[in-house]
Design a protein around this ligand. Structure first.
Ligand code: NAD
Ligand code: ZN
Length: 342
C-alpha cells in the first residue's frame, strides 16, 4: 500500500510502499479515504527537537483520518464491514487508575498513532475497535478527517460553561477558528479571536461569527467597550502557544475568569504568576479529546447546525502531498485535506 513515511531522520516525508497491516482479534482494518495534516505532522516533517526525541524511524505518520472498515477482528462486536468511520488516535492503556475510573483521556500510558505507533497517512490503518468512531451519513469524509483537531477545539471550548459568556480565543489557527465556531454554537455572548496573521483572522471571520483582533496592529482592550464587555472576558481559550498571547489573555480576563490552555509553547515559558493569583483565575490544561465524550458532543453539534467546513482551505490528491505540506507551512492555510481514494 502507499504510505507517507518518516523514512529517514531528517527533514521531509517520503511516499513509499508498505505492507498492509495485519490486524489482531480486537482490531479493525480501515481503508483511508481522507486525512488531515496537523501541526504535529509539520513538526515531524521538519524533524525538530521534539520530533527527534519522540518519533521512531521508520514510521508511517498521520493521525487525522476518515475511511471505512474493510476487515474486523474476531472479538469485535457492533461494527460492520463498509461502515464509514473516523477514530481516536490516542491508544490508551486500561491498567491505570484514570482508565479504570473511566477517564480514558488521562491515561499516562497513552500512545499516539502517527507519532509513536504506525499512523493513518496510508491506504490502510489498523486500529483497536475500541478507538473507532462511526460516522453518520451527514458527516462527510472531509469533516471526518478533521474530527481530531475539531475534538481539541470542542474539548477546550466545553471546559467551562459558555452560555451568555464573553469568550476570548488567542490564536486563529485551525483549532482556534473551530473553537470560535463551537463557542458560538454553545451560546457565548461575544467571541473575540486574536492573531498576528491577518489571513487567519479573515478566515476566522468567514467561518464563525467572531470579532477578529490583529494584536500586531490593534489594542485588544479597545474592543471591550464596543462589545459592551465591562470588566473583561469570562472565559479564555489559549490556542496559540505564544507567551505574549497568554500574558494578554490574563490581563484581559475578569476577576475569577477561567482559562483553558491548549496551545503548546516551544519551551519553558515565564508566567506572571501573581497576576493569576490576584485575579483569582482558574487555569485548566487540555490534552487531546475526552474519550469518548468529546466525540459524542462534536458529532451531536455537527448534526445540529455546527458548521466548520470553511476551515478546510486546501484539498490535494495524495500524489501532491508536498503541496499540501507547503500550504500548511506557509501559515496562510486553514486545514489541508489529502485524498487517498484516487
Ligand atoms: P497553529 O500553529 O496553526 O495556530 C496558532 C496561531 O497562533 C497561529 O495562527 C499564529 O499566528 C497565532 N499566534 C502567534 N502569536 C500570537 C499572538 N501573540 N497572539 C495571538 N495569536 C498568535 O496551531 P493549531 O493547529 O491551530 O493548534 C493550536 C495550538 O494547540 C498549537 O500550539 C498546537 O501545538 C496546540 N495543540 C495542542 C493539543 C493538545 O492536546 N494540548 C492538541 C493539538 C494542538
Ligand atoms: Zn492533530
Amino acid at each position: 500500500m502507499n504510505a507517507l513515511v518518516k523514512a529517514h531522520p531528517r527533514e521531509g516525508l517520503w511516499l513509499q510502499t508498505a505492507p498492509v497491516p495485519e490486524i489482531g482479534q480486537d482490531d479493525v482494518l480501515i481503508r483511508i479515504n481522507k486525512t488531515g495534516i496537523c501541526g504535529t505532522d509539520i513538526h515531524i516533517w521538519n524533524w525538530d527537537t521534539w520530533a527527534q526525541k519522540t518519533v521512531p524511524v521508520p514510521l508511517i505518520t498521520g493521525h487525522e483520518f476518515a475511511g471505512e472498515i474493510v476487515e474486523i477482528g474476531r472479538n469485535v462486536q457492533g461494527l460492520q464491514l463498509g461502515q464509514r468511520c473516523s477514530g481516536e488516535g490516542h491508544l490508551i492503556g486500561k491498567q491505570s487508575r484514570q482508565s479504570r475510573g473511566g477517564k480514558f483521556h488521562l491515561d499516562p500510558e497513552t500512545r499516539g498513532i502517527g507519532v509513536n505507533e504506525q499512523g493513518a497517512f496510508a491506504e490502510y490503518l489498523r486500529l483497536p475497535a475500541f478507538n473507532v468512531v462511526p460516522l453518520p451519513d451527514e458527516i462527510s469524509d472531509d469533516i471526518g478527517a478533521i474530527l481530531d483537531p475539531l475534538g481539541n477545539a470542542v474539548h477546550t471550548a466545553l471546559s467551562f460553561d459558555l452560555l451568555g459568556e464573553d469568550v476570548l480565543i488567542t490564536g486563529a489557527g485551525p483549532i482556534g477558528i473551530m473553537a470560535a465556531a463551537v463557542a458560538r454554537h454553545a451560546g457565548a455572548r461575544n467571541v473575540v479571536i486574536t492573531d498576528i496573521n491577518q489571513e487567519r483572522l479573515d478566515l476566522a471571520a468567514k467561518v464563525a461569527d467572531v470579532t477578529p483582533v490583529n494584536v500586531a496592529k490593534e489594542d485588544l482592550m479597545d474592543v471591550l467597550a464596543p462589545l459592551k464587555i465591562k470588566q473583561g472576558f469570562d472565559v479564555g481559550l489559549e490556542m496559540s502557544g505564544n507567551q505574549q498571547a497568554l500574558d494578554q489573555m490574563v490581563e484581559a480576563m475578569v476577576m475569577g475568569g477561567r482559562i483553558a490552555l491548549l496551545g503548546i509553547p516551544p519551551g519553558k515559558s515565564p508566567v506572571d504568576w501573581s497576576r493569576i493569583v490576584f485575579k483569582a483565575i482558574t487555569l485548566k490544561g487540555i490534552y487531546g479529546r475526552e474519550i469518548f465524550e468529546t466525540w459524542y458532543k462534536m458529532i451531536a453539534m455537527l448534526q445540529n447546525g455546527l458548521d466548520v467546513s470553511g476551515v478546510i482551505t486546501h484539498r490535494f490528491a495524495l500524489a501532491d502531498f508536498e503541496q499540501g505540506f507547503a500550504a500548511m507551512k506557509s501559515g496562510q492555510s486553514g486545514k489541508v485535506v489529502l485524498d487517498w481514494s484516487g
